[in-house]
Design a protein around this ligand. Structure first.
Ligand code: PCP
Length: 382
């Protein structure tokens, strides 16, 4: 445990002490009674389809959490959309994995919530560059979790450098207002940036620090000429008024002066509705809180079979289940040992067998799956 930052260590996550106390008391009680039933448990959000899909992520970390335990695990793929029923099933002696429930649900719930929000943004501006800028809103230790979720939801990149090192991606970004203020002059700051940073870094000038967006955008284009790739409008909400009008006006004035190749990026408090509103006039977006501050999904883990017999608490469905994607893009939940009456494809597949991970994880594949599946099910279509 670190004594400088309040961060739970990877070792505590792996040994299961990153848990709720009642699981350790459950272990103690069952052990004293010499009772260790063989159970099948399922991770679900809703029992039945609701008409609202969510996106699954966090499966890689969940697999690593359960790796080495004497359990069999089946799960949907990362990047799979689902609406009700199980996304994961764990079978084994209950005492072997009871204490992992807290971390397991946290790993799945958090990254799935982020990925779902990212997919909402992606679908709102399918042809624009959309970057995740929200690391500033979360604890730095989990920035890679957020950025990985953002990628699975289809975003094009993110701004966090350390997350980039962990995920094997180059962090993206423009320039902050602080750079302009540090030089006390827009032209000097933009020019200094252009003369200093590596040639492969896009020259995107922040164009709203002291003066009007139109004025600063024209000045940036005149200062950097051919070198300028774009301007970023991060107009503070107190001055924003009609943001779409501001973006269109900047486009008009740049075009009128022959700067048609200068792209316009916008950022600051944007969500899917803003992206829909601006996607035909802006070239790219930086999205922060909508993605990084997404509500976690409400996953729970429940016993559905006890020593081979049906079992479930009130409100939950007993029996080992399977979720199916039906040919019409629907989601169907049924018992795993019955044929699906609606002719769907089963979605839960082996993840671990006797503690060994039997699946590979690839963020790009997951993102591709999410985008394709979003089309099939009509995810947040507007
Ligand atoms: C941008 C903006 C937001 C950040 C990005 C995105 O920062 O001001 O705070 O997060 P959001 O979607 O949750 O708003 P910069 O313009 O880089 O901030 P600064 O003023 O520090 O330059």
């Amino acid at each position: 445990m670190s004594d400088r930052f309040d961060v739970v260590s990877e070792a505590a996550i792996r040994d299961g002490t990153a848990t709720d106390a009642y699981f350790l008391r459950t272990e103690e009680t069952l052990e004293a009674a010499d009772r260790n039933p063989r159970v099948v448990t399922e991770v679900t959000q809703d029992q039945f389809p609701t008409g609202e899909f969510d996106l699954l992520a966090g499966v890689k970390d969940a697999a690593h959490l359960l790796e080495g335990l004497p359990v069999d695990v089946d799960a949907m793929a990362e990047g799979q959309l689902f609406d009700g029923g199980p996304v994961m099933r764990i079978e084994g002696p209950y005492l072997e994995f009871a204490r992992y429930e807290t971390s397991l649900l946290g790993l799945l719930s958090h990254q799935s919530g982020v990925a779902t929000a990212a997919l909402e943004a992606r679908r709102a501006a399918p042809n624009s560059s959309v970057l995740s800028f929200g690391a500033r809103h979360v604890h730095p230790a989990i920035a890679p979790v957020v950025e990985r979720g953002a990628l699975i939801g289809g975003l094009d990149g993110f701004s966090h450098v350390a997350a980039g090192e962990i995920l094997g991606r180059e962090a993206s970004g423009t320039m902050p207002h602080a750079l302009v203020i540090a030089f006390s002059d827009q032209e000097i700051a933009w020019t200094a940036f252009d003369e200093t940073v590596a040639a492969d870094v896009p020259r995107i000038a922040i164009a709203d620090t002291y003066s009007d967006e139109k004025d600063e955008s024209i000045r940036a284009a005149e200062a950097l000429g051919e070198a300028l790739d774009g301007v970023r409008l991060d107009t503070t909400s107190s001055r924003r008024g009609d943001f779409r009008h501001i973006v269109r006006e900047v486009r008009w004035e740049l075009d009128a002066r022959g700067y048609e190749d200068v792209d316009i990026f916008v950022s600051g408090g944007l969500g899917p509705a803003d992206l829909r509103e601006l996607r035909d006039v802006a070239d790219g977006f930086g999205v922060g809180g909508h993605v990084s501050n997404a509500d976690p999904l409400d996953f729970a883990l429940d016993i559905v079979e006890l020593d081979g017999e049906l079992a479930a608490k009130r409100g939950k469905l007993s029996g080992v289940k399977q979720a199916f994607r039906t040919p019409d893009g629907g989601h169907h939940v049924g018992l795993a040992d019955r044929a699906d009456p609606e002719d769907g494809d089963p979605l839960l597949e082996p993840l671990l067998r006797d503690g060994e991970i039997v699946r590979d994880f690839d963020v790009d594949e997951a993102a591709e799956r999410a985008l394709e599946d979003a089309e099939v099910v009509g995810f947040r279509e507007e």
